[in-house]
Design a protein around this ligand. Sequence first.
Ligand code: NHR
Ligand code: GAR
Length: 220
Amino acid sequence: MTAETHTEKKLAILISGSGTNLQAFIDRMQTNSLGAEIAVVISNRPEVKGLQRAADAGIATETIDHTGFASRELFDEQLIECINRYQCDAVVLAGFMRILTPQFVNHFHGRLFNIHPSLLPKYPGLHTHQRAIDNRDKEAGATVHFVVPELDAGPAIIQASVPIEPGDNAELLAQRVLQKEHIIYPQAVQWFCEDRLQLTNDNVLLDNRALPKTGFLLAE
Ligand code: NHR
Ligand code: GAR
């Protein structure tokens, strides 16, 4: 007998591109330190590198090309159907670049995660690193959050910060932030998979205690 009381959760990971965050999840799954199975990787763009990463790891892949749909609603319906076909318990957006309809977000309420490359609530939306540099911020970072219908407004779970160095450009800064993303994103989802993380009306609870509004802060 083991002490395990829950069955291993199944994840759908949604990507649009390179998939280095996806790779961080794959690495953790392969060393049994994720506490979850990646049941399927879904891309809205054909032939991206992330699909190859999944295939190389023996994970099922699906491509649902958004350009083939007449509306966001129809695209999202197809996504929901696909995710449910693999009986997934949670959905992980990993560099997924399509805004999702309220219908999709509400369907997966409390089990839909995103990582955004800024210290939210600063810089929702796109081009976060350039905006932080242009504003002469001293630090940048990334935030793992539960997704709600309003873009990048969902409650934070973990944040990590990095310094902005003199002479930085958006690409250099993105690389520095990505290294932190690869640590905090699997960690947050692991908490969920261990039944330690919960979204309530007003709060994110970790081990039944409310997290601060900016989430758990990963120290340097
Ligand atoms: N959907 C909802 N409802 N809420 C969020 O918080 C979401 C979301 C979908 C994706 C990721 C997000 C990010 O972290 C995310 C969060 C895409 C865009 C965007 O403008 C903005 C934010 C995010 C993802 N997408 C364009 C669109 O028309 C397309 C851009 C492109 O294809 O390059 O969907 O940053
Ligand atoms: C990551 O920096 C992620 O935070 C960001 O895109 C990159 C994806 O990298 N996400 C967004 O901007 C969401 N709109 P990856 O494909 O190598 O994981």
